[in-house]
Design a protein around this ligand. Structure first.
Ligand code: ADP
Ligand code: ADP
Length: 225
C-alpha cells in the first residue's frame, strides 16, 4: 500500500476541517503497523482512505498496485471483499446471528465461496481464534474478548492480504486487549497478512513492528523513516 501526498478535508468555509495533511506512507506486505495519535488526529480517516472506503481530497493511494482513485465502485467493492478484512472497536457483529453465522454469512454473501467451503472456512477460523466450542452462542452471550475473536475470525475467513483494524482493543480491558493483540501478532507471523491497526494503546505500540504517529492530521513520526 502506497499513500502519496494525501490530504483530506471535511466541510466548507468556516466549518472546514483538514483531517489529513500531506500523508506519505509506504506499507509492505506482511507489516504489522500501529497507527497512533490522539483522538481526532485523523486515524480513522486514513484507514478509510487506504482501504478505498473514502476518497482523498488530494493525493492518491496504490493498493496492491492498483490506483484506487481510478477504480469504479464495483472494483473497489471487489477489492474490499477479496483482499481486505476489517476489525472494529465495537465488534460490529450481527446480534441475532450466532458466532458461526456471523462468520459464515459474510463469506457466502460476498460471492467468492460456495456454502460448503464457506462452512469449512468458518469452522476453521473460529477454531483458530479459540472459539469453535462457542460457535452456537450469539454475541450477547459472549464476553467482549470473545466477541472480538469472532470479529477477527470474520475478518480473516476469506484470507485477505490486508487487515485494517480501528481501535480493536479500545473497548476491552487491559488483559483481554493483550490477548487479542497476541492473537493478531501470531496471525501476522504465521500468515504474512499485513495488519494496519489504529490504537491509543501503549502495549500495541511497544509490540508493533512499525509505529506511525499522526497528530492534527500530519505525519509526526514513522519508525521506518
Ligand atoms: P481519529 O480516528 O484519530 O479519532 P478521525 O479520523 O475520526 O480521527 O477524525 C479526524 C478529524 O476529521 C476530526 O476533526 C473529525 O472531527 C473530522 N472528521 C472525521 N470524519 C468526518 C466527517 N465525516 N465529517 C466531518 N468531519 C469529520
Ligand atoms: P474475557 O476473557 O473475554 O474477558 P470474561 O472473563 O469476561 O471473558 O468471561 C468469562 C466467561 O463468562 C466466558 O466464558 C463468557 O462466555 C461468559 N460471559 C461473559 N460475559 C457474558 C455475558 N454478557 N453473557 C453471558 N456470558 C458471558
Amino acid at each position: 500500500i502506497s499513500i502519496n501526498g494525501v490530504y483530506k478535508s471535511f466541510g466548507l468555509y468556516e466549518n472546514k476541517v483538514d483531517a489529513l495533511k500531506n500523508i506519505n506512507i509506504e506499507i509492505a506486505q506482511g507489516e504489522f503497523l500501529a497507527l497512533c495519535g490522539p483522538s481526532g488526529s485523523g486515524k480513522s480517516t486514513l484507514l478509510n482512505i487506504l482501504s478505498g472506503i473514502d476518497k482523498p481530497s488530494e493525493g492518491y493511494v496504490l493498493f496492491l498496485n492498483k490506483l484506487l482513485r481510478d477504480l469504479p465502485e464495483t472494483d473497489l467493492a471487489t477489492i474490499r471483499s477479496k483482499h481486505l478484512g476489517f476489525i472494529f472497536q465495537f465488534f460490529n457483529l450481527i446480534p441475532v446471528l450466532n458466532a458461526f453465522d456471523n462468520v459464515f454469512y459474510p463469506l457466502v454473501l460476498n460471492g467468492h465461496f460456495d456454502a460448503k467451503s464457506a462452512r469449512e472456512r468458518s469452522l476453521h477460523f473460529l477454531d483458530s481464534v479459540g472459539l469453535a466450542d462457542l460457535r452456537d452462542r450469539k454475541p450477547g452471550q459472549l464476553s467482549g474478548g470473545q466477541q472480538q475473536r469472532v470479529a477477527i475470525a470474520r475478518a480473516l475467513a476469506h484470507e485477505p492480504q490486508v487487515v485494517v483494524a480501528d481501535e480493536p482493543t479500545g473497548n476491552l480491558d487491559q488483559a483481554t486487549g493483550e490477548a487479542v493483540l497476541d492473537l493478531l501478532l501470531k496471525i501476522n507471523q504465521q500468515t504474512g497478512t499485513t495488519f494496519i491497526i489504529s490504537t491509543h494503546s501503549t502495549q500495541l505500540k511497544e509490540r508493533a513492528q512499525r509505529v506511525v504517529e499522526i497528530r492534527d492530521g500530519e505525519l509526526a513520526y514513522d519508525s521506518a523513516q
